[in-house]
Design a protein around this ligand. Structure first.
Ligand SMILES: [Mg+2]
Length: 275
């Protein structure tokens, strides 16, 4: 185990911070303490930051609006959701565009169109099939995506999250819908969202960073921490969401920092910068 002093040295060298949203900035519609203070401190110390979420059902603007309703001010330019991340990722790989069939919300449609993709309904025309959470999902949509995948379209999913937390409990997320298409289409998709590298690499570029000095802050070990650690990023696990302290400490690798929440992370940054 690294000594506390070495750990503070790690934090002092951090030039950028990626923050998961649900369970880190808020829970449901309730803001968590210390968000604005931490972001202000990062700004004041010249560190870049970006909120990075696997949620694909909103645009950067509507995430920003959601935060504003909770009293947290975050410009859309500081937010990357998996709908936008998927469109950006595909655009890098298909710079001349492609015909895309999609299953998803308006946020995904808008993100793909903004990157110049031609959205098609005909499964036999589609070169890429993009799957994500879709609240109006019906059999016709599943059929068309299945036919596109079986016809050889590249199969891409925004994120692997099996469930979504709600007031009533865990409900189906993108991963569960993609599981159906994996069976019906006969193959698994390429994922963009955490813990897969597509989203992290894009986020690191957005903050002009490198993995070694970009800190990932998250609340769900398997999603936020594991994938970031694999890329060589320092990590901080908060206790305001899914994973418990005991689970973080039992995990391999454990996060570099386990903190109650963002106020404690801010205090550690301040301590590190004073050393
Ligand atoms: Mg989370």
């Amino acid at each position: 185990m690294t000594s506390t002093l070495n750990k503070l040295e790690t934090l002092r060298k951090v030039r950028a911070v990626l923050l998961d949203m649900d369970g880190v900035l808020y829970v449901g519609d309730q803001p968590l303490p210390g968000v604005q203070e931490l972001l202000a401190y990062l700004d004041a110390t010249g560190r870049k930051w970006l909120c990075v979420t696997n949620n694909s059902s909103r645009t950067s603007q509507t995430f920003s609006d959601k935060l504003a309703a909770m009293g947290i001010t975050v410009d859309p330019v500081h937010i990357l959701g998996s709908a936008e991340a998927t469109a950006n990722w595909l655009a890098e790989q298909s710079p001349n565009g492609a015909k895309v069939i999609m299953m998803g919300e308006a946020s995904l449609r808008g993100a793909l169109q903004a990157k110049g993709f031609e959205l098609v309904d005909d499964p036999f025309e589609a070169q890429i099939a993009v799957a994500s959470i879709y609240y109006a999902l019906n059999y016709d949509v599943l059929t068309r995506l299945t036919l596109a995948i079986r016809n050889g379209a590249r199969f891409v999913a925004t994120n692997p999250d099996a469930t979504l937390p709600t007031e009533r409990g865990q409900v189906p997320g993108t991963g569960s819908l993609v599981a159906l298409l994996t069976v019906s289409g006969g193959r698994a998709p390429e994922y963009v969202g955490k813990p897969y590298p597509g989203m992290y690499e894009q986020a690191i570029r957005r903050v002009d960073g490198v993995a070694e000095t970009t800190l990932m802050v998250g609340d769900r070990y398997e999603t936020d921490i594991e994938g970031a650690a694999r890329l060589g990023m320092p990590t901080a696990g908060v206790l305001t969401g899914v994973t418990t302290r005991a689970e973080y400490l039992a995990a391999n690798p454990s996060p570099d920092f386990v903190v109650e929440g963002l106020p404690e992370l801010l205090a550690l940054f301040q301590q590190a910068d004073r050393e």
